[in-house]
Design a protein around this ligand. Structure first.
Ligand SMILES: [Ca+2]
Length: 464
């Protein structure tokens, strides 16, 4: 294996240093005034000064399950280190469930406008009209890969929603989002074909998460030999149910129910996989040229789930490890616990240990990555670029953020500034002041009829 020698200095350092030096302060970061490296005097070679982007998406990891967000029991040393070296987003949002988050993430639209608004929509998947992150970056010369969970379409090669039809040069993993939770699958997809592993589900067969890491590392090895920037999305399916794992990790001696030990092992295993990816970036000389973003797709779950390769449902309680970190609700809620997720980024050449408190959402990733990659940003997005926050500059704020959840009942939420409005099943709008009541305990709608009217207008506009 040969690897190309890359310039040691980050391709981003000059940009970030200039940006921070040119801005007196930012209200959104805790250490923006720290010294940053001097701008590079050398023009970046090969990749034309555009960073690689490594996006790691995990499944149902709660904000409270990460040490950097206050978790005391579950071990997440890699993510804690990533936050120390980079940025912890304190108010990062996804949607209440898997498929809508992935659609919003890839297309820059909230669930009022996205093609896949519910998990049920995932069976239909993305359309040819959807413009995705890999399409946007691919047109700008990026090599693009998705390794792991897709969950945005039916299992047929060549049709509109297939990852390789939505801009990915390389795809390995699961198409169907129910299939994603078969951790010992009989088959996985490899570009447009399937690879068969066994005739039957068996806990002794290959663990899919290990294959996901192997294929992601292979993508990075390949990327290091190319004179081309890359966008790689590694989407792990843990720590989603079922609550089973290859081993109990560091928790074998704990006097916990089996489901909690397995869940804990999933969390720490997932953290370790991120460590393997970061280590490979270093080994291949890519780390100084690569922006890393880690995010979960929704709040924590407490599903037991009886899958056909697990003999019985293995319960897990979201309160056992305080997985939502004291917020209200879990996955499938439009309260903060369902949608506010752990999100950590590392940007070479910028100060570490920063905390960004400005609200941002997964639908901001498309315009953010487009700006970083100097690609053309599509018009009409709900997302806005948070490249400024990544680079330590003052971040433009969203006017508002919108969420919906449509599984049996229609729930909506909208956030504007400090205010968060929630409407469950068409009932009266609830209003919370997140500045003083982050846990959404006290409905103040009656005291603020004007804000309730504004929330109702924003909700109506969001689905118009
Ligand atoms: Ca999920």
């Amino acid at each position: 294996m040969t690897s190309r020698t890359l310039p040691r200095r980050s391709v981003l350092s000059g940009l970030a240093a200039t940006a921070v030096a040119g801005t007196a302060a930012t209200t959104t970061t805790s250490s923006a005034a720290q010294a940053v490296p001097a701008p590079s005097s050398r023009a970046p070679r090969g990749r034309k000064g555009r960073p690689n982007i490594l996006l790691v998406v995990v499944d149902d990891l709660g904000r409270g399950e990460v040490g950097a967000y206050g978790q005391q029991v579950l071990q997440t040393p890699v993510l804690d280190r990533l936050a120390a070296d980079g940025i912890r987003f304190d108010q990062a949002y996804a949607t209440p469930t898997c498929a809508p988050t992935r659609c919003s993430l890839f297309t820059g639209q909230h669930t009022g406008h996205a093609t896949v608004k519910t998990n049920a929509d995932a069976g239909r998947g993305l359309s040819r009209d959807d413009v995705t992150i890999p399409e946007v970056l691919g047109r700008a010369g990026y090599r693009t890969g998705l390794i792991g969970k897709w969950g945005l379409g039916p299992e047929r090669a060549g049709q509109a929603s297939h990852p390789t039809e939505q801009g990915f040069d390389r795809f390995f993993g699961y198409i169907n989002q129910s299939h994603c939770h078969d951790y010992w699958p009989t088959y996985l997809w490899d570009d447009e074909t399937t690879v068969i592993y066994s005739e039957n589900h068996t806990r002794n067969a290959v663990y899919a998460g290990t294959l996901i890491t192997e294929q992601a590392l292979a993508f990075l090895d390949d990327a290091a030999r190319r004179d081309q920037p890359f966008f790689l999305d590694v989407s792990y399916t843990t720590p989603h149910a079922p609550n089973v794992h290859i081993d109990e990790g560091p928790y074998g001696d704990q006097d916990w129910p089996d489901g909690e030990k397995a869940h804990a092992a999933q969390v720490t295993w997932t953290d370790a996989q991120v460590g393997l990816l970061l280590e490979r970036l270093e080994q291949r000389g890519l780390a100084d040229d690569t922006v890393v973003v880690f995010v979960s797709d929704n709040g924590p779950h407490e599903a037991g789930a009886n899958y056909d390769y697990v003999n019985a449902a293995v319960p897990h309680d979201a309160d056992f490890f305080d997985s939502n970190g004291g917020l209200r609700g879990i996955k499938r809620d439009v309260y903060e616990g369902g949608i506010r997720v752990p999100m950590i980024a590392r940007v070479p050449g910028t100060p570490g240990g920063r905390v960004v408190t400005e609200p941002i959402a997964v639908w901001d990733l498309l315009p953010t990555f487009a700006e970083l990659g100097r690609a053309r940003t599509p018009r009409g997005l709900d997302g806005i670029s948070f490249a400024a926050a990544l680079q330590g500059r003052a971040q433009r704020a969203h006017d508002h953020l919108y969420w919906s959840f449509d599984e049996g009942r229609f729930d909506e939420a909208v956030r504007f500034g400090r205010w968060k409005a929630v409407r469950l099943g068409g009932r009266a709008v609830e209003l919370y002041d997140l500045e003083t009541d982050e846990a959404e305990t006290t409905d103040v709608a009656a005291q603020h009829p004007d804000l309730v009217r504004r929330a109702e207008q924003l909700m109506a506009q969001a689905v118009a």
